[in-house]
Design a protein around this ligand. Structure first.
Ligand code: FES
Ligand code: FE2
Length: 470
């Protein structure tokens, strides 16, 4: 095998390490760290995206045995607030059971199984809509109508719980009672996010979308920047796609991966037909459009500036956003102010680092159908300095054929999401249509390594579960 080529830079669009080295502030250690792991999996069958038996193995050995991201603490701010977390056919009630206490109950009535929570809501008890069995929010049994008929029901009829822990204001659960602590699955995340605390942020936009594609297909569509030139063709003038940096970190217990796609430079696919200066001007205009009319008025007079590039965009953004958000962003490096820095903790947690594009992704199977999934995404912002935490944006729902562009809160990002979404159903139907002689993925060794890593994670979990005979 030949060596892996780690991205392609050009004069106007160098590789990320070079760009970061020239930025105005040094990046924190975690951001400049190189991954320590190259995914080994090379043979990945298309059938892993649609085979029902494979989906059943994922459910049994991965979803039932992994720490996974359910929601944010801010989604359930008051005692009694609850959020239904559905993963395939599994379902959990995430509830704030006391001031700073959270629980995850299996979402199934102990009488005849009815789901106890179907939407975000809040009451001081958990009551089944069928016959009215009722529990306290700490899970203890409260009342059974006509109790004389159930003489065997006693205090042991507590709602069964899944393990729950939090990090960065995010709530994670693990249905496996034997699970090791969450910290073991977070790996490098706490270190890399130590100066960009997700707990100190609030949700500006929050949407869940149904998609006609397997959950791994949807994840994979966001794990690489290789698709930018073709799918997001209108972003190549200001997006460093082929010079994106990819890293995988494996400490023996957690596998975390990351991409850094630089902004303010043209795509290397343009072969320097656009200058770095022109790319930077387009970038700042795009950021200003996203921030609204007030930001337009603050744009620097680029014609009078001898130099205009990443440093200047970052400086403008630091100042404008600090003012608009009432937040101190002076410690964030240029890369954190403008680039797309996306992390993945499989199976379903995708936090972004920095103000470039501060999103949190979640990917989930939908019901029992491996051809469908749920993509839930939120946009966050820092809590204004000295102010109380603003309320999180309410969750909006998009059905299979709905567009992000129908939701004003997503601004310019909506168009980008809709470009990605339009591919997914044809990817899913396409893998089913493959010739049997060509029915496996052909992944780029560098740019698509995180897709290999995702499949490796799933395979590892299935193998572990089968070895343990459970
Ligand atoms: S099924 Fe819940 S009370 Fe009967
Ligand atoms: Fe995309």
């Amino acid at each position: 095998m030949t060596d892996i080529i780690k991205g392609r830079g050009t004069k106007e669009s160098p590789l990320v390490d070079e760009l970061i080295a020239a930025d105005s502030l040094p990046v924190p250690e975690g951001l400049s760290a190189d991954g320590n792991y190259d995914p080994q999996l090379t043979h990945i069958e298309f059938s892993t995206y649609y085979d029902r038996d494979y989906a059943a193995l994922e459910l049994e050995h991965m979803w039932k045995k992994s720490w996974q991201y359910a929601c944010r603490e801010e989604d359930i701010p008051a005692v009694g607030d609850r959020y239904p977390y559905d993963v395939g056919p599994l379902s959990f009630i995430i509830i704030r059971s006391a001031d700073n206490k959270f629980k995850a109950f299996h979402n199934s009535c102990l009488h005849r199984g009815t789901k106890l929570c179907t939407h975000m809501t809040s009451t001081d008890q958990i009551r089944c809509p069928f016959h009215g069995w009722t529990w306290n929010i700490d899970g203890s049994i409260k009342n059974i109508p006509e109790q004389w008929d159930f003489p065997y029901v006693d205090e042991s009829y507590r709602l069964p719980e899944a393990k729950l822990d939090t990090w960065g204001g995010c709530i994670f659960i693990n249905p496996d009672p034997e699970a090791a602590p969450l910290a073991e699955s977070l790996g490098v995340l706490p270190g890399h996010f130590s100066h960009f605390d997700l707990a100190d942020r609030f949700t500006l936009a929050f949407t869940t979308k149904k998609i006609r594609a397997n959950w791994k297909q949807v994840w994979a569509a966001f794990l690489e920047a290789y698709h930018v030139a073709e799918t997001h063709y209108d972003a190549v003038n200001f997006t460093g796609d082929a010079n994106t940096k990819y890293d995988c970190f494996d400490d023996g217990k957690a596998i975390i991966s990351r991409l850094i796609t630089p902004a303010g430079v043209p795509s290397p696919t343009l072969e320097d037909r656009i200058s770095g200066r022109q790319a930077a001007i387009t970038t700042i205009q795009s950021f200003a459009n996203a921030l609204g009319p007030a930001a337009q008025a603050t744009l620097p007079d680029v014609n009078s500036m001898e130099k205009f590039g990443r440093k200047e965009i970052a400086a403008w953004r630091r100042e404008t956003m600090a003012e608009m958000l009432g937040a101190d962003l002076s410690a964030l490096s240029d890369a954190e102010m403008i680039d797309s820095i996306q992390y993945a903790m499989f199976p379903n947690f995708g936090p972004w680092l920095g103000e470039g594009l501060p999103l949190i992704y979640q990917f989930l199977p939908l019901g029992d159908n491996p051809d469908e999934s749920l993509f839930t995404v939120r946009l966050t912002a820092p809590i204004p300095k000295g102010a109380p935490r603003p309320p999180a944006a309410p969750l909006t729902h998009l059905d299979f054929d709905d567009f992000f562009e129908s939701l004003p809160e997503w601004g310019r990002i909506a168009h980008v999401f809709d470009q990605d979404m339009s591919n997914l159903p044809i990817i899913q139907s396409g893998v089913r249509a493959a010739a049997s002689s060509r029915s496996r993925l052909s992944l780029g060794r560098y740019q698509e390594q995180r897709i290999a890593l995702m499949h490796e994670f799933v395979e590892r979990k299935i193998a572990e579960g089968q070895a343990a005979g459970r």
